[in-house]
Design a protein around this ligand. Sequence first.
Ligand code: PGA
Length: 255
Amino acid sequence: MASGRRPLIAANWKMNGLKSDGVALAQAVAAWAKSAGAALRGEVLVSPPATLIDAVSAALTGSPVQLGGQDCHAQPSGAFTGDISAAMLKDLGASHVILGHSERRTLHGETDDQVKAKVAAARSVGLVAIVCVGETEAQRDAGDTLAVIVRQIDGSIPSEATATEIVVAYEPVWAIGTGRTPTLAEIVEVHKAIRARLAARIPGGDAVRILYGGSVKPSNAPEVLALADVDGALVGGASLKADDFFAIVNALPQA
Ligand code: PGA
């Protein structure tokens, strides 16, 4: 954690939850965050599946918990069956959108160029883009991690983006949902490289928050969240269990 950047713990529910359990989880997070009040150690965000955004938005009303989408289309509207625009997310109360998640890159073939266009769409309506980058296991084994990360940063973030419009999430593909994590030294090395690249590309790039994601859980959160240049976490599986998610937020170092 570095000074000046307010940490963020972002939940990525992925394709999980029907209305009743999604709303119940959102209500639990909202009530918990509200009761924590000033003791809340950072910003908290939940990103439900698109079908639940409206209901979750209502459940979060009056709480400090923010709302994010998991993807958006690059175009503002049109003949794009099944897709959702950035303005539609914003319309339902979202403040953020996760873009370029490795599951989108891998399973939907999203390229850096497409992610960049989506980030531009998010910016155009005032949504903060949580831009995901991360190497595959083969890329790490080949010693290509930092080159891959820099290429994804350069390719996915529009050069005109400002520091408050984006958050970067470093998510090693091989650590997502696997229970495996990089060593603390490896996380520091990559976050440092991301920080340097952002500082070189974006005015005030030092203010961009860089989250770690990939098998974050209550047991490893304290040591990960204490690392230099780690400004929070993007949490998948553990964000579906309220108590685990609260424990991760509580693992943020005291400001
Ligand atoms: P995980 O997912 O916490 O389940 O590993 C993280 C993510 O994909 O954002």
